[in-house]
Design a protein around this ligand. Structure first.
Ligand code: NAD
Length: 262
C-alpha cells in the first residue's frame, strides 16, 4: 500500500461496480446491474460463461449509455479472479463497488447432504466472495474509497426453513461475519462493507418459477402480503453503493417483507 492520504468522502463521478452472478435472466444480479447503470455507474457484469454477461453489458450500454463489460468467471477460481479484476481496472473507470451476488442454493436436508455438496456451496457462496473482494479491496484501499456488498439470505438468520438448508445457511451466515469484519478492517481506507439479506424473492434459484401452492405457503409468513421482486433488492443495493450510503457500514439490510423481524 503506497497511498497514505485520508479516505475520500465523495464518490468519483466516473466509477465502476462489479456485480457477480449478474447474467441470470430473472435474477437479482441482473436487476442490480441495471439499477446501478441507471444511477450512473459503469458496470462489470460477471457470470460463469462469457457470452451472457457480454450480452447483458451490451444491453446496459444501449439502454443507459453507461460503460459496461461482461466477464466470464467462476468466482471459486482465485487466480482468474485476480486477472479479471486487473482487466476491469483497465477496461472501465475507477473500481469503487463490488456486489458479491453469485450464489447457489442447497435444498438437501442435513442428514442427506454429502460433503461434496456442502463444500461446493461454501466454495461458491463464501470463498467466491473472498477471492474477488480481496482483489477488489486492494484497489479500493489504494484509491481510498470503496463499497462492498455481500448478498446473504434470511436463511442465515432464520435457520433455513424456506428453501436453503444447512450448507446454504452456514455459507450465508459466514458472509455476515465476513461483512462486519471488513467494515472494521477496511473502514480506515474509506471502504464500507454491508450485507443485504433477502427473503423469498421470485427468481430461478429455487428451481424455476414458484408454483401457486408454494406462493400461498410463503405468503402465510409474509406480513407485507407479497413475494419480493428483484427490484426490491436492487434498489437497496443501489442505495448502499451510492453517496447516501456513505455512513453505513457493518450493517445487514433485511429485504424480506417481514418474514424475519429481528
Ligand atoms: P439466480 O440463480 O437467478 O442467480 C445466481 C447467479 O449466480 C446465476 O447467474 C449463476 O450463473 C451465478 N453463479 C452461480 N455460481 C457461480 C460461480 N461459481 N461463479 C460465477 N457465477 C455463479 O439466483 P438469485 O435468486 O438471483 O440469487 C442471487 C443471490 O441472492 C444469491 O447469492 C442468492 O443466494 C441470494 N438470495 C436469493 C434469494 C431468493 O429468494 N431468490 C433469497 C436470499 C438470497
Amino acid at each position: 500500500m503506497t497511498n497514505n492520504s485520508p479516505p475520500a468522502t465523495r464518490l468519483p463521478e466516473d466509477r465502476t461496480a462489479i456485480v457477480t452472478g449478474a447474467a441470470s435472466e430473472r435474477g437479482i444480479g441482473r436487476a442490480a446491474a441495471h439499477r446501478l447503470a441507471s444511477a450512473g455507474w459503469a458496470v462489470a457484469v460477471i457470470d460463469l460463461d462469457e457470452t451472457k454477461p457480454s450480452d447483458i453489458a451490451a444491453e446496459i450500454t444501449r439502454r443507459y449509455g453507461s460503460p459496461a463489460r461482461g466477464y466470464g468467471l467462476d468466482v471459486t477460481d482465485g487466480r482468474r479472479s485476480l486477472e479479471v479484476v486487473a482487466r476491469i481496472c483497465e477496461d472501465l473507470p475507477q473500481l469503487v463497488g463490488i456486489v458479491n451476488n453469485a450464489g447457489i442454493s442447497s435444498p438437501t436436508p442435513f442428514l442427506e447432504v454429502t460433503y461434496e455438496e456442502w463444500c461446493r456451496v461454501i466454495e461458491v457462496n463464501l470463498h467466491g466472495a473472498f477471492h474477488l473482494t480481496q482483489a477488489a479491496a486492494r484497489v479500493m484501499a489504494e484509491n481510498r474509497i470503496g463499497r462492498i456488498i455481500n448478498i446473504a439470505s434470511a436463511s442465515a438468520q432464520r435457520g433455513g426453513g424456506v428453501y436453503g438448508r444447512a450448507a446454504y445457511s452456514a455459507s450465508k451466515a459466514a458472509l455476515l461475519g465476513f461483512t462486519r469484519t471488513l467494515a472494521r478492517e477496511l473502514g480506515p481506507y474509506g471502504i464500507t462493507s454491508n450485507a443485504v439479506s433477502p427473503g423469498s424473492i421470485d427468481t430461478d434459484i429455487m428451481g424455476g418459477r414458484l408454483s401457486d401452492d408454494r406462493i400461498a405457503e410463503l405468503l402465510r409468513e409474509l406480513p407485507v402480503g407479497r413475494i419480493g421482486t428483484v427490484d426490491d433488492v436492487a434498489g437497496v443495493i443501489s442505495f448502499l453503493l451510492g453517496q447516501d450510503g456513505s455512513y453505513l457500514t457493518g450493517v445487514t439490510y433485511d429485504v424480506n417483507g417481514g418474514s424475519h423481524i429481528a
